[in-house]
Write a protein that binds this ligand. Structure first.
Ligand code: FAD
Ligand code: NAD
Length: 404
C-alpha cells in the first residue's frame, strides 16, 4: 500500500513546528512528508520590524530551512503555492503540482488594506524579507539624497506609520533609534526628520493595558514620534497621505508611508474556496477546515475563537507554534488511523512589544513589565522561538544576546 502523503504549505512558525514534530512522531514507513515554502529560508516574521528599520541585518532574521529539518525524512520543495485544489487534493505550484492525502496550510498573512486607495501602489509593508529590505533601503536612500538636492525637500525625511498596533509600535521603536544614526551618517539635522504615527482607534495599542500603552507612547514621543490618535488614513498618494479626524481632512506630505494597520490570511486560502473571514478559516477543535477532515489550517490563516470573550484570538506566532504542535500530533493520529485527536486550546503566556533594542512593555504570566526587564523578556521570547525549531545550535547562531 502507498504511504499517506502529507504536504505542509509554508515554512513559517506554524509550518516548521509541524514538520519538526511530525518527522519525529511518524516513522519513515508511515508517511511521506513534503514541505513547500516560497524561499529556501525561514524568516522570523516577529523580527521584521528590526530588519525594516535597519537596526538588525535581515540575515540575522532568517535561516536555511534545510538546516533545521531532517532531510532524510522531509522532502523540501522551494516553490510558490499558486492554488489549492481541495476537490482533487492537489496543490498547484508555479511550475509543478503536488498531490496530498493530508494537507497543512500554514501560509501566514498578508497586509489588509481595507480597499484604501493608493496603499498598494505607494505604501511599504512589513511583511517578509523582501519588503523589509526594500523599506530599509528606501528610508536610507531618502537620507542619502536629501543633501544632494539644491532645493531641500523636507518630506524626504518624513516617515508616516499607519497603525499603532503591535507592528506599528515596534517598528516606531526601531525607527526612533535608527533615525539619529542616519542623521549622523548623512549630516542631517535631527529636527528636520518627522516621524508620524496615524492611528484610527481612540488609543494606541487598542485593547492593551492602558498603563503600558502610556509608557510606550511616552517613550516614543520622547524619542520624537508624533502621534495622531483617533485619525484614520483615508488615502495614500505619490506625495503622502490623506487623513481624517472628525470629518476634518488633512494631507501629510511624506516620501515614506508604511502600512502597518492590519493583516489578513493568505489569499490562496480564500481562492481555494474554504469558508473564510478575511482569508482566515474558522477551524474545528482539531484544527481542520470545516467539512475537510484531510485539511489542517494553522497560524495566521486560521481563526480560533476565544470562548471567554466570543472573539477571535489575534493572529500571533505564539498561537501558530502551539497549533503546529497539536497539528503534528493530530496528523499522526490521522495517518495511523488510531489514537485520540487532541483539541487545540491556546495557552496565552502574554504579549511583549519591544520599543527599540533596550526597552519594551508587556504582560507575561499576568505580570506587567516595562523597561529593561521587559526588553530582556522579549529577547528570551525571540530566542525561545529559535530553540523550538532548531535547538541550542540555532540559538547560538541567530539568538539575541545583547542583553544589557
Ligand atoms: P509565517 O510565520 O508568517 O510564515 C508563513 C510562511 O509561508 C513564510 O515562510 C512565507 O514565505 C510562506 N509563504 C507565504 N505565501 C506562500 C506561497 N504562496 N507559497 C509558498 N510559501 C508561501 N507574534 C507573536 O506571537 N509575538 C510577537 O512578538 C510578534 N511580533 C511580530 C512582529 C511583526 C513585525 C509582525 C509583522 C508580526 C509579529 N507577530 C508576533 C505575529 C506573527 O509574526 C504571526 O502571527 C506569525 O508569523 C504567524 O505564523 P504563520 O506560521 O502563520 O506564518
Ligand atoms: P493590528 O490589526 O493588531 O493593528 C492595526 C492597527 O491599525 C489597529 O490599531 C487599527 O486601529 C489601526 N488601523 C486600521 N485601519 C487604520 C486606518 N485606516 N488608519 C489608521 N489606523 C488604522 O495589526 P498588527 O499590529 O500588524 O498586528 C497583527 C498581529 O500580529 C496581531 O495579532 C498582533 O498581536 C501580532 N503582533 C504581535 C506582536 C508582539 O506580540 N510583540 C508584534 C507585532 C504583531
Amino acid at each position: 500500500v502507498r504511504k499517506p502523503r502529507v504536504v505542509v504549505l509554508g515554512g513559517g512558525y506554524g509550518g516548521l513546528i509541524t514538520v519538526s514534530r511530525l518527522q519525529k512522531l511518524v516513522g519513515v514507513n508511515e508517511a511521506d512528508i513534503t514541505l513547500v515554502n516560497k524561499n529556501d529560508y525561514h524568516y522570523e516574521t516577529t523580527w521584521l520590524h528590526e530588519a525594516s528599520a535597519g537596526t538588525l541585518h535581515h540575515d540575522k532574521a532568517r535561516y536555511q530551512i534545510k538546516d533545521v529539518i531532517d532531510n532524510s525524512r522531509v522532502n523540501f520543495v522551494k516553490n510558490t503555492v499558486v492554488a489549492i485544489n481541495k476537490d482533487e487534493k492537489k496543490i498547484v505550484l508555479e511550475n509543478s503540482e503536488l498531490h496530498y492525502d493530508y494537507l497543512v496550510v500554514a501560509l501566514g498573512s498578508q497586509p489588509e488594506t481595507f480597499g484604501i486607495k493608493g496603499l498598494k501602489e505607494y505604501a511599504f509593508g512589513i511583511t517578509n524579507i523582501n519588503s523589509s529590505r526594500q523599506l530599509r533601503e528606501h528610508i536610507e536612500y531618502q537620507f542619502a539624497t536629501y543633501n544632494t538636492e539644491e532645493v531641500k525637500r523636507d518630506e524626504r525625511l518624513t516617515i508616516v506609520v499607519g497603525g499603532a498596533g503591535f507592528t506599528g509600535i515596534e517598528f516606531l521603536g526601531e525607527l526612533a533609534n535608527r533615525v539619529p544614526q542616519l542623521c549622523k551618517e548623512y549630516d542631517i539635522d535631527n529636527k528636520k526628520v518627522r516621524i508620524v504615527c496615524v492611528e484610527a482607534a481612540p488609543t494606541a495599542l487598542p485593547g492593551f493595558d492602558p498603563e503600558l500603552v502610556d509608557y510606550a507612547v511616552n517613550h516614543l514621543q520622547r524619542k520624537g514620534v508624533d502621534f495622531m490618535i483617533g485619525t484614520a488614513i483615508k488615502e495614500c498618494t505619490e506625495k503622502g497621505i490623506i487623513v481624517a479626524k472628525d470629518d476634518q481632512m488633512e494631507e501629510i506630505k511624506a516620501d515614506t508611508v508604511v502600512w502597518a494597520a492590519g493583516v489578513r490570511g493568505n489569499n490562496v486560502v480564500e481562492e481555494a474556496g474554504f469558508e473564510n473571514m478575511r482569508g482566515r478559516v474558522k477551524v474545528d477543535e482539531f484544527l481542520r477546515a470545516p467539512g475537510h477532515d484531510d485539511v489542517y489550517i494553522i497560524g495566521d490563516c486560521s481563526l480560533v475563537i476565544n470562548e471567554e470573550i466570543n472573539r477571535p484570538y489575534p493572529p500571533t506566532a505564539q498561537i501558530a507554534m502551539q497549533q503546529g504542535e497539536t497539528c503534528a500530533k493530530n496528523l499522526s493520529v490521522s495517518i495511523r488511523e488510531q489514537g485520540e485527536m487532541s483539541g487545540f486550546k491556546p495557552e496565552i503566556k502574554g504579549a511583549v512589544a519591544s520599543l527599540g533594542e533596550h526597552d519594551a512593555v508587556g504582560v507575561v504570566f499576568g505580570k506587567k513589565l516595562v523597561g529593561s526587564k521587559a526588553s530582556f523578556m522579549k529577547k528570551m521570547i525571540d530566542n525561545r522561538a529559535l530553540y523550538m525549531v532548531g535547538g541550542a545550535p540555532l540559538v547560538i547562531k541567530k539568538g539575541k544576546f545583547n542583553i544589557l
